[in-house]
Design a protein around this ligand. Sequence first.
Ligand SMILES: NC(=O)c1ccc[n+]([C@@H]2O[C@H](COP(=O)([O-])OP(=O)(O)OC[C@H]3O[C@@H](n4cnc5c(N)ncnc54)[C@H](OP(=O)(O)O)[C@@H]3O)[C@@H](O)[C@H]2O)c1
Length: 184
Amino acid sequence: MLKFNVIAAVCQNFGIGLNGDLPWSLKSEYEYFTRTTTHIYDTAKQNVVIMGRLTYISIHEDQRPLAERLNVVLSTAMTSAELPENVLLFPNLETAMQRLEQEDLRKKVGTVWIVGGSGVYKEAMSSPRCHRLYITRIKKEYKCDTFFPKIPMDFIEIHPGPESPRGLQEENGIQYEFKILEKL
Ligand SMILES: NC(=O)c1ccc[n+]([C@@H]2O[C@H](COP(=O)([O-])OP(=O)(O)OC[C@H]3O[C@@H](n4cnc5c(N)ncnc54)[C@H](OP(=O)(O)O)[C@@H]3O)[C@@H](O)[C@H]2O)c1
């Protein structure tokens, strides 16, 4: 069974978004997201980023699709004609995963990353396909209109590998920490 990881930046009041954008501007946190979701173990493969319609739209037009990753959008309202040719569209997460599992794509697929938003994170965390959660805990409260769902009890925190900087990070006086949780 093809598995996936979830990656999100979450503030102290569990917010992830405001007005279709991120509530904060943390350059090095975004660089961590890019580095983590792009990193591949096998150079013949490419990672996949799966996101809801609103998350895709929230990415600045000149930065989407996200580079060096196969972009997958989940939507029942969009049509493929509204997306660039190299972006895949599916009505839900499980249909997308089943397509990625088919032999022609499977051999090209590296790590699959679920990159938001709220409902997609919820569906992902309850799936047996979910391996790890890469959560950046931002140690500040922000006004938000979109929130990270409750993390199910069967995830436990593990020690980050060398790819995740350890301990408190700081940018423009805002502190945050990279955490990794794994499904039992
Ligand atoms: N802090 C972070 O790490 C982070 C990460 C990602 C996004 N964000 C922020 O979050 C906001 C966007 O997220 P969002 O939660 O509002 O929207 P979203 O999840 O990106 O998009 C919602 C749409 O995705 C489709 N969808 C497919 N499967 C779904 C499922 N299981 N649950 C819910 N929707 C599903 C539906 O499209 P149809 O209606 O077309 O069927 C739904 O309307 C923005 O503010 C963005 O900046 C933050």
